[in-house]
Ligand binder design. Structure first.
Ligand code: FAD
Length: 383
């Protein structure tokens, strides 16, 4: 791939960088402590076009390619992963999936609101009893006239209590395994749908993570996204691109760790000189820097493959696997550079580490990414 950014890509990255430095990073600690980012940030993201990247202009999007999307995601993740996650889900998992699979009517109904930030989307796949094995989900949608009646529950849903619409996965036929799963676009104010925020998360505390309970929720048949029984394909296609977005967010975390650690190492003095003079501190910084570059290059490769219409699923798993583990390592190394100050939240490393940790868990754990890569290498599905 051509590693030189176009003028447009450079400009959008600068826009996101300035926005992140001005509107996100200065508030990240306070939002983390308050367990909520300021909701006004969503409309500001929409106004700048960051919620419409890769979405066609006719639906309120601003076009652009996946590399630009990665650049913006990295900058948002550098400022605060909680904000990055709101975008990765509302745009990355919901709007982009809707733009790909939706009918004209569904796109016109939801995309302008999602891309402007007037509306927020969430992605309802995981259930209390089914996480990695998402194809075994048990939420049930039973046909009743021109509608489906849905019963079940969803767990760990990012944006859950904020969202206006949930891209919901439910079993609608008796076909075995994932073949019976369909996708639905369900307004969150539909009677019978209740939401409970999950508190006490290790990281991403500024983000609203929720449990959704569905009791006799009536969803019109016209709200089904993609043909009946194709829901799992919808979910997997969303997650494949989603993994690139998570990887880009991880690059942002690792970059933030590097910036903070270098700055601190060149100011803090021990043994009569700044700690940057100590070789073992330089080793910590070097390890972070190599992780940042390697994670970024793997992530950009996925974007490039998508933009050129090439297969990218295995590469997305590689990027997500490496970048998430690298972000944890980088934040942990940065914490070491900060010494005892790294352990309190007035300094950035601890939050970066807490925020990074979930990246190895969601949108497929590191083990699941290894099984995806292993299947591509051997032809054997070892799930
Ligand atoms: P399990 O699947 O029970 O896994 C437990 C352990 O077993 C893990 O280590 C796993 O790697 C391992 N394991 C499982 N199967 C295998 C196997 N075959 N081989 C080897 N090891 C295996 N979900 C959504 O649908 N929407 C969201 O917006 C969303 N946001 C989230 C936000 C947060 C903060 C968190 C924590 C989770 C979120 N999730 C969301 C859910 C997330 O995707 C799941 O937690 C994740 O897929 C893992 O599922 P699980 O927690 O049930 O773990």
């Amino acid at each position: 791939m051509n590693l030189e950014l176009s003028e447009e890509q450079t400009a959008v990255r600068q826009l996101a960088r300035d926005f992140s430095d001005r509107e996100i990073a200065p508030h990240a600690v306070a939002w983390d402590r308050a367990e909520s980012v300021d909701r006004a940030i969503v409309k500001k993201l929409g106004a700048l076009g960051f919620l419409g990247l890769t979405i066609p202009e006719e639906y309120g999007g601003c076009g652009g390619d996946h590399l630009a999307y990665c650049l913006v995601t990295e900058e948002l993740g550098r400022g605060d992963s909680a904000v990055r996650g709101i975008v990765s889900v509302s745009l990355g998992l919901v709007a982009k999936t809707l733009a790909h699979w939706g009918t004209e009517e569904q796109k016109r109904q939801w995309l302008p609101g999602l891309t402007s930030g007037e509306l927020v989307g969430c992605f309802g796949l995981t259930e209390p009893g089914t996480g990695s094995d998402a194809g075994s989900l048990t939420t049930r949608a039973v046909r009743d006239g021109d509608a489906y009646v849905v019963n079940g529950s969803k767990m760990f849903i990012t944006n859950g209590t904020w969202a206006d619409v949930v891209l919901l996965f439910a079993r609608s036929t008796d076909a075995p395994g994932h073949k019976g799963v369909s996708a639905f676009l369900v307004p969150t104010d539909t009677p019978g749908l209740t939401r409970r925020e999950i508190h006490g998360k290790l990281g991403l505390r500024g983000q609203a993570t929720a449990e959704l309970v569905l009791e006799d929720v009536r969803v019109p048949a016209s709200a089904m996204l993609a043909p009946e029984g194709k829901g799992f394909s919808v979910a997997m296609s969303a997650l494949a691109k989603g993994r690139m977005s998570v990887a880009a967010g991880c690059v942002g975390i690792a970059q933030a760790a590097l910036d903070a650690a270098v700055e601190y190492a060149t100011e803090r003095e021990q043994f009569g000189k700044t700690i940057a003079h100590h070789q073992l501190v330089q080793e910590l910084l070097t390890d972070i820097a190599v992780d940042v570059d390697a994670a970024r290059l793997l992530t950009w490769r996925v974007a490039d493959l998508i933009d050129r219409g090439q297969p990218f699923v295995t590469e997305a798993s590689k990027a997500k696997l490496f970048a998430s583990e690298a972000a944890v390592r980088a934040a942990n190394n940065a914490l070491q550079v900060f010494g005892g100050y790294g352990y309190i939240d007035e300094y950035p490393a601890g939050k970066l580490l807490r925020d990074a940790r979930v990246m190895t868990l969601y949108e497929g754990t590191s083990q699941i990414q290894k099984l995806v890569i292993g299947r591509a290498l051997t032809g054997v599905s070892a799930f």
